[in-house]
Design a protein around this ligand. Sequence first.
Ligand SMILES: Cc1cc2nc3c(=O)[nH]c(=O)nc-3n(C[C@H](O)[C@H](O)[C@H](O)COP(=O)(O)OP(=O)(O)OC[C@H]3O[C@@H](n4cnc5c(N)ncnc54)[C@H](O)[C@@H]3O)c2cc1C
Length: 551
Amino acid sequence: MSERVVLVGYGPVGARLLEGLLPAVRDGRIDLTVIGAETHDVYNRVLLAEYAVGRADRDGLDMGDRLVAEEAGVRFVLGMTVVGVDRDRRVVRLHDGIRIPYDRLVLATGARANVPTLAGLERAQRHRSARPGVPDQLDHGSAPLPRGVVALRDLTDAEHVRAAVSAGQRIVVLGAGVLGMELALAAAEAGAEVVVAYHSAAPMNRTLDENGGRVLAAAATAVGVEMMHHARAESIVQRYDDHGQAWFDGLVCADGKVLAGDLLVLSCGVAARTEVASLAGLAISSGVLVDGASRSWTDPDVFAIGDCAHVADPADAGADGRVPGGPSGLIGPGWRQADRLAELLSSGAALGAASAGPAAASTGPASAAASGVAGVVASISPIPVERPGVVMLKAEGIDVVAGGAVDADPFSHAPGCHGPQVTLWADPARGAYVKLVTVDGVLTGFVAVGMPRTGAELTLLFERGSELPADRSSLLRLDAPDAGMAVVADPFAADATVCWCNGVSAGAIREAVAAGEPTVACVKASTRAGTGCGGCVGRINELLTREAVPA
Ligand SMILES: Cc1cc2nc3c(=O)[nH]c(=O)nc-3n(C[C@H](O)[C@H](O)[C@H](O)COP(=O)(O)OP(=O)(O)OC[C@H]3O[C@@H](n4cnc5c(N)ncnc54)[C@H](O)[C@@H]3O)c2cc1C
């Protein structure tokens, strides 16, 4: 008999799971129902900023093929919100009261944008027992954002930003994380007037150290983005149109400054959507707590993947109940979870039909009610908790890349002592800055601003956990005008990651090209490289050009 799998959430990670389950759906092992609150077909959320500034068209966001899935037998229930799960009866309840039974439930409910506490922005009252009445209330409850305020998380938000950008309006971006900065720089390049307000001393303060951030701020200012550091936003002011409707008019800061604008884009981070899990009594921390096989700590028949999932080992929970880590908020780890879970559920479905009763050992609280799926966990190695990867700012002409912990103080450890050693180089007048943190000679954190070749080299060294050359200045010379091709390591070595979203190496791309055609489209189709955030398409092109030139 088929196993009934219900997938809640049809975002990019849910779509990837669906794709992986299709063979099992086709041959009748899995009966799949997909429930999604958005009415559209799935789209690549990562590219929303590109769409918002007019660099991508609507078709370019499409992913997945619903018709193919429907032909295979997948049922879609779109524009519907799951508001409850009865785990004893194994049914989910939709906002219109319809109940759908499951054998395995997968939550891929993603994340919502944080709305800061500002006078004039009524926050959604999110009580644990609050249930969204209709899909539109999923994120804002009964308190929608005022007109002229968006959080760039879905297509509707992106349409608002797109209209403002194409009209050359003034956009106030609140928050200077990587998304806020990417949007600000791209919108300014596309002709909008942009001001970024952030409370820290420098932008991207979760990724860069303060000096690196200051060099980035200077680069942004140089291309026309107004950067307002130490801006403590307190409230918004509104204006009224001829129909008496209120619109955003300005952001008021604690020092009384008003940043006037036509559109306020909130870029204040995201939080996992865990309310369905919470109502169902599943363990949650920063996300739905799942083990390395994406299985809930509480219920072996419930899984969570993507932005809503907090992967952790139950043994790591502190005495106070705190669990380290949290959802990465990145597409790559979510896609890897989806791939593994598809493998697991497909095999589990096959095995579940044959096996009766509890299966063999598994770890964690979930093992108590081990099932057919649990039986195959042992043969499919779980995903290790991914360490935070490298962050690259996608911006024309401004190269920023960083990875690992970069806070270490250059002067806190004497030379030769154990502990992080720091190497710094700054040339703010030229917009260049590098910070290297090493432990026992191995790179554990780095920032490179305005130093593309050094940044690429450091990325590779960080990824490989390599020891740095004793003379660190050799790395800095990579960006010197006379450096030629004096590269320490080959940025396109077989094991060098080219696409971080899909974890595709240069070697895999070469193999795809050897078996197909030397085009980006072919590489995308056969390896998936370049189909996530798209930030690596330039590097794929560079690799293809290099391969085309006879040695
Ligand atoms: C502008 C922007 C730029 C980004 N850039 C990058 C980048 O460069 N690199 C990167 O790695 N990541 C980036 N991200 C993050 C990336 O988009 C997310 O990691 C990814 O979308 C996570 O996918 P998901 O399917 O887990 O969740 P989501 O994309 O949030 O999708 C979840 C879906 O579940 C639905 N849902 C939620 N609750 C319910 C319910 N109760 N019932 C029914 N349906 C429900 C939602 O409506 C939604 O459609 C970016 C995000 C944004 C917004």
